[in-house]
Ligand binder design. Sequence first.
Ligand code: ATP
Ligand code: MTE
Length: 181
Amino acid sequence: MSTDIRIGIVTVSDRASAGIYADEGGPAIEAYLARALTSPWTPVTRVIPDDRKLIADTLKALADEEGCCLIVTTGGTGPAPRDVTPEATEDVIEKPMPGFGELMRQVSLAKVPTAILSRQTAGIRGKALIVNLPGRPRAIGECLDAVMPAIPYCIDLIEGPYLETDPAVIVAFRPGQKPKT
Ligand SMILES: Nc1ncnc2c1ncn2[C@@H]1O[C@H](COP(=O)(O)OP(=O)(O)OP(=O)(O)O)[C@@H](O)[C@H]1O
Ligand SMILES: Nc1nc2c(c(=O)[nH]1)N[C@H]1C(S)=C(S)[C@@H](COP(=O)(O)O)O[C@H]1N2
């Protein structure tokens, strides 16, 4: 079992990558994970435009070369012509994990009726779990609160590192194990 926990954080936004606005999404994901995880980990961050091949190449590099066990993307999940993050994710994953998108849309719908416009998905590439989040920075906590309890066990199952969480923030669920409270 590796102890070097590396997590990819990818902002997919034409405007943030061009410097038209400051990227708030990547830092919000990093801040969320810094609160939720007690295991030491290293963020590997990227800010890139909405280009299908570039997104796919970035996800591949983070999984295969950077050794990230988890890669969280933000942005480019909607219906606009340039929104291609789910397609790029599907280009590189070996196993789709549709439950992530289903649950995130379900919880998001309680916050905003346009939650159904996000095509956010997730999947496994090698020993990495890739999870898409919508671009709006406030969507990050809304979505991660829902799926984070299942992420450490998912990473156990793909033979990644053991992620410990702060139970005051996220109670990680591992079947057969008493949850740490
Ligand atoms: N990375 C980000 N940092 C800060 N604000 C963001 C970011 N991504 C999106 N937003 C905000 O959320 C709104 C909706 O996101 P939208 O779907 O238009 O952007 P996107 O498709 O993710 O990025 P872009 O249109 O620049 O490629 C934006 O108008 C912006 O205010
Ligand atoms: N939790 C949550 N989900 C959300 C939103 C949000 O504000 N909060 N915005 C929605 C909107 S308005 C859009 S267009 C889609 C896609 O956003 P994206 O293209 O920025 O990824 O995500 C949806 N999902």
